[in-house]
Design a protein around this ligand. Structure first.
Ligand SMILES: [Zn+2]
Length: 440
């Protein structure tokens, strides 16, 4: 990208010299009450009696919510279209022939999810468009809001599905996948008014997008606990998973002396602790998890002969993940020797980390500063549509605090002030990039 300070940029950003604070909401361009109203209305689609929502991607509830959202887009004077994967795009033309500044998120949820994951970035994107519309702002770049389909992937078991199709990472091979009701993905696309045979038309060509921005709740405790209103995402971690099997010897739990045992569960227990030890030994925010253990034969009077468990490591740097895995393997080998068992692991899944663009991160930081809001850099430990779009365009994400770090739960909460702060930062970042990007 070609960033350059121009006179236009200086003039349009002169308000950044004013002593603006979050306590002075009069300086906001976005309308926080209107935004809260749309988020509250959206929360009615798929609302659960005990709080939160279940609004799976490609479901009747999702369809109804999408109708509400596209209505808002049309009211804001946007040109709405749905691509063959079901992603919704809402365009606001620019004054020059330039690539699109794209921003948005998703409105589908997990089973028993909350009202902020995805919703904040989606309704925030629409609020930015409404604010621009009401203020009759003209931008050089075309601006486009997007609602990605089936980000959570509870339906069909594929996360970031719509954005992965748009970025070319997924193709027609997914059309025949069946859900629990026996309906294929192609069936659901038809229900969404799409022609499955045109799925690859959803691909966004390289060069079509100037950038992609996504506002999202952090889903972790860092911003909330440090009382920092804005997070500047450095990137989205890669996730690597292995399946491990510990083979010991199943034998009588009464007659086998303690020193003659090959107890696969005792070994696996030490291995679970070893994973945590190795991950904790590194600097940084990397995480490592053993999500379950499966013990065989699984009887109170039999020494466990076999244990299976997965190991999952997440970090922004692939090299660090590889280094941690080497250490874990060494520890597993030592445990095998001391417990007289054999542990074998095989790689089952690997997603590469997606780095956020440095210039875009700087623009977000500047926008937060212009509002008098503190900002901190942090990685995203959860997956997002932005990691898919990163394949085809520079991307960045703005995080806002999640109360107590809770998400994927009806208890998920972000204060309306934090929602408004993030949306105003998005608004200002878009206008800042519009002046800076593609300048001659
Ligand atoms: Zn999300």
């Amino acid at each position: 990208m070609n960033f350059r300070h121009s006179l236009v940029a200086l003039v349009s950003w002169s308000f950044s010299l004013l002593p603006v604070t979050a306590q002075n909401p009069g300086t906001f361009h976005i309308d926080s009450q209107r935004l809260q109203g749309t988020l509250e209305k959206l929360s009615e689609f798929g609302r659960n009696p005990d709080g939160g929502v279940t609004r799976l991607g490609y479901s009747d509830t999702d369809l109804a919510a999408r109708e509400y959202v596209t209505g808002l887009m049309k009211q804001a004077g946007l040109q709405v279209r749905v691509d063959p994967a079901g992603n919704i795009f809402a365009l606001r033309p620019g004054s020059e022939k330039l690539p699109i500044i794209l921003f948005g998120s998703h409105i589908d949820s997990v089973v028993h999810g909350g009202n902020f994951d995805g919703d904040v970035g989606s309704m925030g994107a629409i609020e930015v468009m409404r604010a621009l519309h009401h203020a009759s702002v003209t931008t050089r770049h075309p601006l486009e809001a997007v609602i990605w389909a089936n980000e959570e992937g509870n339906h069909f078991g594929i996360g970031t599905m719509g954005s992965a199709i748009a970025s070319g990472a997924l193709g027609p091979e997914v059309l025949q996948i069946k859900d629990e009701q026996g309906l294929t993905y192609a069936d659901w696309l038809r229900r969404y008014g799409q022609d499955p045979s045109r799925l690859t038309d959803a691909r966004i060509p390289h060069g079509a997008l100037a950038v992609y921005l996504e506002l999202h709740i952090e889903q972790g405790p860092n911003l909330y606990e440090s009382h920092t209103p804005i997070g500047v995402v450095q990137g989205i971690v890669g996730i690597t998973r292995w399946d491990c099997t510990v083979t010991g010897f199943a034998n009588h739990a009464g007659t086998t002396p303690m020193n003659r045992r090959k107890d696969a569960l005792v070994a696996a227990s030490k291995e679970v602790l070893a994973v945590r030890e190795v991950v904790n030994a590194e600097q940084g925010r990397q995480v490592g998890t053993v999500g379950f253990v499966r013990v065989s034969p699984g009887a109170p009077n039999v020494i466990p002969g076999k244990v299976e468990f997965p190991v999952e490591l997440r970090d922004l740097e692939t090299a660090k993940v590889d280094r941690m895995w080497d250490h874990i393997r060494q520890k597993f080998a030592e445990i095998d020797r001391s417990e007289n068992v054999q542990t074998q692991c095989k790689l089952t899944d690997r997603s590469e980390p997606a780095q956020a663009d440095a210039n875009l991160q700087a623009a977000i930081r500047e926008s937060a500063k212009s509002l008098g809001l503190a900002a901190t850099d942090l990685p995203s430990l959860a997956g997002h549509d932005a990691q898919e779009v990163a394949r085809i365009a520079p991307m960045a994400m703005i995080f806002v605090p999640s109360k107590d770090g809770i998400s994927h739960s009806p208890k998920e909460f972000t204060s309306w002030q934090d929602v408004a702060n993030g949306t105003e930062v998005l608004y200002r970042t878009i206008l800042l990039l519009d002046t800076r990007l593609d300048s001659k």
